[in-house]
Design a protein around this ligand. Structure first.
Ligand code: ATP
Ligand code: MG
Length: 283
């Protein structure tokens, strides 16, 4: 039985459970316990605070974990990063009061910086020859400068709205983060086999994210040109229609390119274009 640790509540909880569910690992939600057996895959889910996930996986009390890379980098435990999961994106950045003039990293020499990520910050300052006082605080780091507790902060940023509302401006992006699947180093072959199966299911789910399935009718004469427009995984599927000079074309496209592709296809005569949501891509 493979045990996977995820966040009990908080920003990564729902997306971690969604990813597991999409990969066919489901739990009965009614009575949430801290350890739950999945009903359809040999996996137990252990619910923890995100702070505790890297250590739990490093010790082997859980075999796998889903946690922000920021926590992995900060805690420094020996865990294997097995897969980036594409959600929970954020960065840890240095921010200063917006009234201050910023003239590069030397700004921070002799300054007091409030953070919940002292280890990541110390490494960054050491690498860049900055000598500052790092003040570790848990909780609302962004209010430290206004409260007179610090001159600047080093904190998680995603949209930047929190910084602006506290009169701060981001000046250095130090660490890019997203949710990652971590594993205990040296898992047994038996556990590794289940982990590999799970990772391959995750990959299928993640490949479907941001993709659409396109179906259309196209004049056969326009087929060669359509193939140059469509970046299919191998090549588009072409199905003959009863009307000889028309065919049906099916393919997968990135959502971001959807409208420009549709417009180009219409221009060469495509009709009856259907756009379908894609659930999973198994290669
Ligand atoms: P816990 O109670 O489990 O300790 P927490 O309060 O420490 O939770 P959350 O705020 O739920 O943590 O954030 C979990 C993770 O979500 C972060 O470690 C980070 O990887 C990611 N994340 C993405 N965007 C943000 C953001 N804007 N602020 C904070 N975390 C973010
Ligand atoms: Mg936490």
């Amino acid at each position: 039985m493979l045990r996977i640790a995820i966040q009990t509540k908080g920003r990564l909880n729902e997306q971690s459970l969604d990813l597991l569910r999409e990969a066919g690992v489901t739990i009965k939600e009614e009575k949430r316990k801290f350890l739950m057996r999945a009903s359809d895959f040999p996996v137990e889910i252990l619910f923890l605070r995100d702070d505790d996930i890297p250590q739990t996986v490093a010790m082997g009390a859980a075999d796998l974990g889903i946690v922000g890379y920021n926590e992995v980098a900060e805690r420094g435990y020996d865990v294997e990063i097995m897969k980036k999961l594409g959600f929970g994106g954020c960065r840890i950045s240095l921010a200063i009061p917006k009234s201050d003039k910023y003239d590069g990293l030397s700004y921070f020499n002799g300054k007091r910086i409030a953070t919940s990520y002292p280890n990541v910050l110390k490494r960054f300052f050491d690498e860049n020859g900055v000598e500052a006082q790092i003040h570790t605080i848990t909780g609302s780091v962004e209010i430290a400068p206004a409260a007179g507790l610090a001159d600047a902060i080093f904190d998680i940023v995603s949209s930047g709205g929190t910084l602006i509302s506290n009169g701060l401006v981001e000046v250095e992006q130090v660490l890019q983060s997203e949710a990652v699947l971590i594993g205990t180093p040296g898992l047994s072959e038996e556990k590794m086999a289940v982990a590999r199966q799970l990772i391959s299911r995750f990959e299928s789910v993640l490949k479907g994210v941001g993709k659409k399935y396109l179906l259309m009718n196209l004049p056969v004469a326009a087929l060669d040109e359509a193939v140059t427009i469509l970046p299919a995984m191998r090549s588009p599927t072409v199905i003959p229609l009863a009307q000889k000079e028309w065919c049906s074309l099916q393919t997968v496209v990135d959502e971001k390119d959807l409208w420009s592709i549709i417009e180009r296809l219409k221009a060469i005569g495509a009709e009856g274009i259907l756009v379908l949501t894609l659930d999973k891509v198994v290669l």
